[in-house]
Design a protein around this ligand. Structure first.
Ligand code: NAD
Ligand code: UGA
Length: 334
């Protein structure tokens, strides 16, 4: 676990507050809980979109809401006035972790694209406008995505390789967000880092994501639905490793872009095999059509982040899947 690094703009003796957007979501609530466990003060922002059940999101925050160091601001970054952010932060030093977004690759086609541009582009631009004049901002961390690379045969994916060519509308909006962060750094000196997360999994994983769906199906005695023949690969990244990476990388503030990959690149069929092993039984697997926007393979080069921060992923797939299985088994008993 990383302790608070010496942040470049950090003023000695001035209190520090952490602003987490998307605080009720999968990764945002995990980050919030970690910061609170480290004794930090956290302001969480979320508007509880119904992409999946808002009651699941409230449950994600149940621990945080009982902690006096946590404040929840229910606001929509794409439309609401952000003056409430300034009122809550006051004159304290500040780290912003911008995780709020409309996530999900496969649903970003058609009319939904409007939602993706609203929550991933407009909301990011509005937050950046606010952040550029926020007093005491030490670091702005943007949650980017492996989806910006698109369907490339150049593996591992490197931050300095070819021009990113997203393969889904979602990926286009995440790349637009990343570009906005970079240009606010370039023009206004915003201290920022963009982290390209690779398929994150573990407790609280979103219900539309593969492992959540696979485990729920297997626990319920239903078939596991695989898009395609299961030979596609992902560099799956365990959520605690992602949180470690976020905490380590916030000291990197020159507008850098860094991959956060788990070092667990496996095919979906292999992942289903590990799950069957953990559950002691093999669920029926049903092949479904390949989904538009899904890339074939992902694999992160983590050289840059390792060099910049010393961070390395440390959770292997078996251990991480066991933790997600435990969490979902508990949820299905409750
Ligand atoms: P999530 O959907 O669980 O969390 C996102 C949260 O943002 C939600 O609670 C939602 O209500 C909130 N939100 C959306 N629009 C908002 C707005 N306009 N104002 C305020 N709140 C808003 O998603 P997640 O899986 O935790 O992803 C978190 C971030 O990480 C996202 O930016 C996502 O693009 C990025 N990311 C996730 C993964 C992954 O595998 N989960 C991989 C790469 C990148
Ligand atoms: C995930 C997140 O959902 C995105 O928000 C994120 O930006 C992206 O990672 C990323 O790394 O940038 P994805 O890789 O599609 O996207 O993650 P999953 O939903 O877990 O899917 C992984 C693989 O399983 C994909 O090939 C998908 O087609 C497949 N899948 C998913 C199935 O075969 N069946 C399912 O029921 C669900």
């Amino acid at each position: 676990m990383f302790s608070l690094p010496g942040l470049p703009g950090f003023r000695k003796g001035v209190l520090l507050v952490h602003l987490v957007t998307g605080a009720a979501g999968f990764i945002g609530s995990s980050l919030t809980d970690r910061l609170l466990a480290e004794g930090e003060r956290v302001i969480g922002v979320d508007c509880f979109r119904d992409y999946y059940s808002p009651s699941v999101k409230r449950a994600n925050l149940s621990g945080a809401l009982g902690n006096a160091s946590f404040t929840l601001l229910e606001l929509d970054l794409s439309t609401d006035s952000l003056s409430r952010l300034s009122d809550s932060v006051g004159r304290e030093d500040l780290v912003v972790y911008h995780l709020a977004a409309q996530a999900g690759v496969r649903r970003s086609w058609g009319e939904s694209f409007e939602v993706y541009t609203r929550d991933n582009v407009t909301a990011t631009q509005r937050l950046l406008e606010w952040a550029r004049s926020a007093e005491g901002l030490s670091s702005f961390v943007y949650a980017s995505s492996s989806s910006v690379y698109g369907n490339t045969a150049e593996l591992p994916m490197r931050e300095d390789a070819s021009v990113p060519r997203p393969f889904s509308p979602y990926g286009v909006t995440k790349l637009a967000g990343e570009s906005l962060v970079r240009l606010y750094s370039g023009n206004y000196g915003l201290p920022s880092v963009s982290l390209r997360f690779f398929t994150v999994y573990g407790p609280r994983q979103r219900p539309d994501m593969a492992f959540h769906r696979f485990i729920s199906a297997a626990l319920g005695g239903d078939p596991i639905e695989i898009y395609g023949n299961g030979s596609q690969t992902r560099d799956f990244t365990y959520v605690d490793d992602v949180i470690d990476a976020v905490l380590a990388a916030r000291a990197v503030t020159g507008g850098e872009v860094l991959n956060v990959g788990g070092g667990n690149r496996v095919s979906l069929s292999e992942a289903v095999g590990v799950l069957a092993d953990l559950m002691g039984s093999r669920a029926e697997v049903r092949q479904m059509p390949v989904q538009k926007g899904d890339v074939r393979d992902t694999l992160a080069s983590t050289e840059l982040i390792e060099r910049a921060t010393g961070w390395k992923p440390s959770t292997d797939l078996r251990k991480g899947l066991a933790a997600e299985l435990d969490w979902l088994s508990g949820a299905s008993e409750a």
